[in-house]
Ligand binder design. Structure first.
Ligand code: ATP
Length: 205
């Protein structure tokens, strides 16, 4: 039986790709949680470039990608807020809804480890939710060595216990955008309805 916890999965989703959906489903099963909310950022504080597609298009593509998949939802909370989109603020907002006893998780891929020490209010963030680091193709197995100077030992322990050994799916939004521009994207990297939306709205050309 699944728990009543909640998983939050933030990102640019520019566009959402098959790797995102596979990671989301794997994390739900691994953490035994039956609800996951995908949260497109208006602008990530960790990326130097702005998303290519508008927030509305990215939101719509997530809606299409998760249609019919049990447990997956999308929220526009960060699109409605001032930029940049601080994860801390999003977690505070969801914490108010869930209360302090509910399990609340935030997913990130292993590529985010290097940036973590620079996240806005990261030490407090780790006390408000459980950050879960997922394996990612092309990146080392998550190692917390570089984070030890920044976080308390109990926070490091909790992070270690919540590394999620997701399958390695070598897809990124960058590759999707490049393949679309070259007319080469297929349903192996982006779901059919999303691809149709991209073509119809001439995104990433
Ligand atoms: P871009 O190529 O534009 O940087 P991206 O593919 O990394 O995009 P994001 O929307 O930035 O996609 O990712 C949201 C979150 O999902 C991040 O924490 C990222 O690490 C994670 N993620 C994205 N793709 C994968 C993947 N294939 N495997 C594991 N984690 C992933």
């Amino acid at each position: 039986m699944s728990s009543d916890g909640l998983i939050l999965f933030g990102g640019s989703f520019d566009p959402v790709h098959c790797g995102h959906i596979q990671m989301a489903q794997f994390a739900m099963s691994y953490l035994n949680v039956n609800r996951l909310i995908m949260i497109p950022a208006a602008r990530s504080p960790h990326k130097i470039t702005l998303p290519t597609a508008t927030g509305q298009d990215r939101l719509e593509m997530i809606r299409l990608a998760i249609r019919g998949i049990a447990g997956l939802e999308v929220s526009d909370i960060e699109l409605k807020r001032a930029q940049p989109s601080y994860t801390y603020d999003t977690i505070v907002a969801f914490r108010e809804q869930t209360g302090f006893d509910a399990a609340l998780y935030w997913l990130v891929g292993a590529d985010s480890i290097a940036d973590l020490p620079y996240w806005y209010r990261i030490v407090e963030l780790l006390d408000k939710c459980q950050l879960c680091i997922m394996y990612r193709a092309g990146y080392e197995r998550p190692s917390l060595k570089t984070l030890q100077h920044k976080f308390r030992p109990d926070q490091i322990d909790a992070l270690e216990r919540h590394i999620i050994p997701t399958p390695l799916v070598d897809i990124s939004s960058t590759v999707v955008r490049k393949r679309i521009a070259a007319g080469l994207a297929g349903n192996d990297i982006v779901c059919p309805d999303v691809l149709e939306y991209i073509i119809k709205n001439r995104l990433y050309h």
